[in-house]
Design a protein around this ligand. Structure first.
Ligand code: PHE
Length: 340
């Protein structure tokens, strides 16, 4: 019996309690109506009379020990904020699902950071645009077939015909109208085009367009800027090449390809065995565009570029179907949980 008391004494002393829940378990195990102390007192009846006094005393001591430990800790926990009622420690834990950033947001943020580092600010504008900012100020004459390059969603708004912007170049017109050079800005945002939805095309997507206007800005500055971007985005080994192209708002214009990072420019099915992937359009801002926005084209020149965020994301994360970005399928999205 003495040995049993000794063992329980050791258990009481060494029982680790760090929160009210553990304290309650302690109470149940030792002090409660079915606890070990109750049991010990029960067994006292069977102890021979001559030992009863001594054993009884030992059990009493043990009870005092357990109760003191219990009361001290109880007081301690009641005095801490957490235990004073606002948190219920007896509730079972709940698992909170961890969310993740959308891959488009991740890449958009990365593009912005890359251009922030070389002094570009971010500018934003409306998604429902008037004809002037989306087309006319950008040197698209009325009825000009170039307007068909971007199939547009038109909206009736009172007497005005408005459009869902087809590119964020419209934001850059707004910046030029309100700021004198030097201008160094990028415009991230959602754009809309009237296209049938498929793996390779969508009726809305995201762009980041850039604009740099100052005295003596040259095509070499444009090339250097884009080369810097490609290396920051796709790694030191990335190279770019420029192909002549046409946009109403830039002259000369170019399309830019980046060396395929998937096959190291060796040729694979993503780059159609060419080693190159098209990532953006660019050019020197047409003097007509500068003049239309109140910037003197006799003094200033500039370059502009525009890229699709989905396209860059596809290359970076090897996603092959554009529709995945807007379907909100958790199985797709949660793959980006760890990417920050
Ligand atoms: N605005 C063009 C587009 O939407 C991209 C571009 C921007 C091209 C700036 C040249 C200069 O496709």
């Amino acid at each position: 019996m003495k040995e049993l008391i000794q063992t329980i004494k050791y258990q009481v002393e060494s029982y680790e309690i760090s929160n009210p829940r553990e304290l309650e378990s302690f109470r149940i195990q030792f002090i409660g109506s079915k606890g070990s102390l109750k049991e010990l007192f029960g067994q006292l009846k069977q102890v021979p009379n001559e030992e009863k006094k001594e054993i009884g005393q030992l059990i009493n001591e043990l009870r005092n020990l357990a109760e003191t430990k219990y009361n001290d800790l109880k007081e301690q926990f009641e005095n801490t904020d957490a235990a004073s009622g606002s948190i219920d420690f007896s509730r079972s834990g709940e698992e909170f699902p961890v969310g993740s950033h959308h891959p488009i947001s991740l890449v958009r943020r990365e593009i912005i950071e890359i251009f922030n580092r070389i002094g570009y600010t971010v500018s934003e504008g409306p998604e429902i645009e008037d004809d002037w900012h989306n087309f006319s100020a950008l040197n698209f004459p009325p009825e000009h077939p170039a307007r068909d390059m971007q199939d547009t969603f038109f909206i009736e708004k009172g007497d005005n015909e408005m459009a869902l912007r087809t590119h964020t170049s419209s934001v850059q017109v707004r910046v030029m109208e309100n700021t004198q050079p030097p201008i160094r800005t990028i415009s991230p945002g959602r754009v809309y085009r009237n296209e049938a939805v498929s793996a390779r095309a969508h009726c809305f997507f995201h762009q980041v367009e850039g604009l740099y206007i100052d005295k003596n800005v040259s095509f070499a500055d444009l090339k250097q800027t884009l080369e810097y971007f490609a290396k920051e985005m796709f790694g030191e080994k990335a190279r770019i090449r420029m192909r002549p192209s046409y946009f109403p708002f830039t002259e000369p214009s170019a399309e830019v390809d980046v060396s395929c990072s998937i096959c190291n420019a060796q040729g694979c099915n993503v780059c159609k065995y060419t080693g190159w992937l098209e990532i953006l359009g660019c050019g020197m801002v047409d003097p007509n565009v500068l003049d239309a926005s109140g910037i003197d084209s006799g003094i200033y020149s500039g370059f502009a570029f525009g890229m699709g965020v989905e396209r860059i994301t596809q290359l970076k994360y090897k996603v092959n179907d554009l529709r995945l970005y807007s379907e909100n399928d958790i199985r797709f999205l949660k793959q980006f949980t760890a990417v920050l």
